[in-house]
Design a binder for this molecule. Structure first.
Ligand code: SAM
Length: 209
């Protein structure tokens, strides 16, 4: 966990600038997804990074919150004007999420859950903080890369910190009963430059009963 945090702390200052060269745009993903956050809703970004995705939901009297394991990521997110009123915290999705039950109408967790070993616990927490009728948009790194080749279930990324890949069934069994899959898509994600392949995500929209 410390290695994961340190890695993303180091990456934070150049994270936004590096994304285009990796062929990955998380804001484009949420824009393209028919995942609407109506006016005045409460939106949480779990693993918010530099806050670019959360910024997409700014306006229309929405209440914004985000948390991330890496303090440097949170520090950069706090610099965004659009997030000046957002509740931004340093916290881990592997622990209890620091919010009341039902605190949010929308939760996004993009490109984060692959760094959490216990997907079931993280999805339980996501479900707990989501209000009944709420929706979530999450991504989980696929065991198969974008070209269809199966990769390691657990990779020690850069020999430093673990990353977990999952099949759709691995994801499905971790979804608590009060969450229902609304739609799911497999998308090409970023290029893992040092390994020479592009990874893929299962992107899943969930509805809370
Ligand atoms: C690839 S970045 C994605 C950031 C953002 N969601 C986006 O789509 O641009 C992964 C983020 O997950 C964060 N992260 C990794 N493990 C985490 C954990 N256990 N809890 C919360 N955030 C975590 C990292 O610090 C990093 O900011």
């Amino acid at each position: 966990m410390d290695e994961t945090r340190d890695f993303f702390d180091e990456m934070a200052p150049h994270y936004d600038a590096d994304l285009p060269s990796l062929g990955w745009d998380p804001v484009a993903l949420v824009r393209a997804w028919p995942f609407v956050a109506p006016p005045s809703t409460r939106v949480l970004d779990a693993g918010c990074g530099t806050g670019a995705v959360l910024e997409h939901y700014a306006g229309a009297a929405r209440t914004l919150a985000g948390f991330d394991l890496a303090p440097e990521m949170v520090r950069i997110a706090r610099r965004r004007r659009a997030l000046r009123d957002a509740d931004l915290r340093v916290a881990s999705a592997a622990d209890d999420w620091p919010y009341e039950d039902g605190a949010f109408d929308r939760v996004v967790a993009i490109a984060m859950l692959e760094f959490v070993e216990r997907l079931d616990s993280a999805l339980d927490e996501l479900s707990r903080v989501l209000a009944p009728g709420g929706r979530a948009l999450v991504s989980v790194e696929d065991l198969r890369d974008a070209g269809g080749t199966e990769r390691e279930r657990q990779e020690l990324r850069y020999g430093r910190f673990p990353l977990w890949r999952r099949t759709f069934d691995d994801l499905d069994v971790c979804i608590p009963p009060e969450l229902e899959i609304v739609c799911a898509e497999r998308v090409r994600a970023y290029t893992v430059i040092e390994r020479g392949f592009a990874c893929a995500y299962h992107v899943v929209e969930l509805a809370r009963n």
